[in-house]
Ligand binder design. Structure first.
Ligand code: ADP
Length: 439
């Protein structure tokens, strides 16, 4: 038993015993005991009230010295209170540092709870999005930054995706928004000013589109003259150079068309969801168009005719044509190309598989870059310009789909386009209305 307890109980025992003894002298020991007990109780009540007053006035002078139970209680209380003060100070300093560092960040940071209500935000969020750190606390961030895409991003909580929204503060400025997990039940909305990047991108896009457009007219004139010269009887010694010039002019025309297609895709937003694309029919038509050509590998198709995609039919057709024409160009005539359109998990996938030359592992991440060709010399001969897969990738991203590539040199390649569930519709032959994708 601790010393202070022994002292307290010993003192109490002695007091009660003395009270009883005095009462006994007077022939009423129980009265003596009662008086002693009341005395002890009164003394502790007095100390309790004094402690309560000391707590309120913060004047603990009466409890500072001595080794009674109340002095011990005070000593323990003072120890814990000092410790908590120290912690509080440390946390306050830490909070100040965190606030200082988040305020120094050029990106806006908005901490939000599960209901999308603002918990805190930094200075940049105030500058970029006009959020008021104190006044807007507790407000829903999607009520302040009103944009359907942002609402959707907050709902999905997808930290891999980011969107660009118009700045609510400065007309013409753009903010990139990303939602990252933060703490237990919170998220952080990170806002970045991307006005300059988007402006440069637009300049580049416009330049490519305008240059391509401007090149088209002179090229049409050149091609026209070359066609006339090719038909000219008296120019037989020029036949070969003219044919070569015609072929290069056709190639230039193709590059211009693909550059214009890429520019159009870059300026277009996400593909709409109003139209249903019959992918199986497009696969069948593409097969028919290519299979009739000479020296082409066998093309097999395995399509689910009930699976449809919400999107742009011309763009999906372009994906199929690009992938199949690539497979044909890189597969010998005795090889096999298989095009599959099927349900995959709870979504759908379009796969073009060939038994052709394959792509070395180090080139795979680069084949979707513009003008990247594994074997430049060869691709030039086979009519490729290095823009096909860049176009495919753009179209897929406009349909929220992903492209994955597997390939082994000498064995073949598989290009797989995976469409998300939200874009897939299963058209039942009996039902009048198509059903949503199978769960
Ligand atoms: P290209 O117009 O040259 O085909 P792409 O962007 O379509 O341009 O393809 C880029 C490069 O990727 C091609 O030059 C080729 O080297 C490689 N590639 C594309 N598809 C295949 C395939 N099915 N098999 C082997 N290599 C391929």
């Amino acid at each position: 038993m601790p010393h202070v307890w022994r002292k307290l109980l010993g003192g109490l025992g002695a007091l009660l015993a003395s009270g009883t003894a005095i009462g006994w002298i007077y022939g009423r020991p129980e009265i003596g005991l009662l008086v002693a007990a009341l005395g002890a109780l009164g003394w502790h009540v007095y100390k309790l009230l004094a402690f309560d007053r000391a707590l309120r006035t913060q004047d603990f002078e009466a409890f500072r010295f001595g080794d009674g139970i109340w002095e011990q209680i005070f000593a323990r209380f003072a120890f814990h209170s000092e410790r908590s003060q120290r912690h509080k100070l440390r946390y306050r300093q830490l909070l100040k540092e965190i606030r200082k560092s988040t305020d120094a960040m050029p990106d806006g940071a908005v901490v939000i709870d599960n209901e999308n209500q603002i918990v805190m935000c930094n200075k940049a969020a105030k500058l970029l999005a006009g959020l008021r750190p104190k006044k807007d606390r507790g407000q829903r961030v999607d009520n302040i930054l009103r944009d359907p895409e942002l609402t959707e991003l907050l709902r999905s909580g997808d930290s891999e995706r980011s969107i660009d929204i118009a700045s609510p503060v400065r007309v013409g400025d753009w903010l990139n928004c990303r939602v990252v997990p933060y703490g237990v039940d919170q998220k952080m909305l990170v806002l970045r000013d991307v006005t300059e990047r988007l402006r440069l991108n637009k300049m580049r896009r416009d330049f490519v589109a305008n240059a391509s457009h401007e090149l088209r007219s002179p090229l049409t004139v050149i091609t026209g003259y070359l066609d006339s010269l090719a038909d000219e009887e008296g120019l037989s010694e020029w036949r070969i150079p003219i044919t070569q010039m015609q072929s290069q002019a056709r190639r230039m025309n193709m590059i211009i068309s693909e550059l214009l297609e890429l520019s159009r895709l870059e300026s277009a937003g996400r593909a709409g969801t109003a139209n249903l694309v019959d992918v199986a029919a497009l696969v069948a038509a593409t097969r028919k168009a290519f299979a009739s050509r000479q020296g082409v590998a066998e093309i097999r198709t395995e399509s689910d005719p009930d699976l449809r995609i919400r999107g742009n039919v011309t763009q999906i057709e372009s994906v199929i044509t690009n992938l199949v024409s690539n497979a044909i160009r890189h597969t010998d005539a005795d090889g096999v190309i298989t095009v599959r359109w099927e349900a995959s998990g709870n979504a759908a996938a379009l796969t073009v598989e060939d038994t052709g030359e394959g792509i070395a592992a180090e080139h795979i991440p680069r084949v979707t870059e513009r003008f990247f060709r594994v074997d430049r010399g060869r691709s030039r001969d086979d009519g490729g310009v290095g823009l096909g897969l860049a176009i495919v990738k753009h179209i897929l991203s406009r349909h929220d789909a992903e492209l994955s590539i597997d390939s082994v040199v000498g064995e073949g390649s598989t290009f797989r386009c995976k469409f998300p569930r939200a874009r897939v519709v299963v058209a039942s032959p009996d039902a009048e209305e198509p059903r949503s994708a199978r769960a």
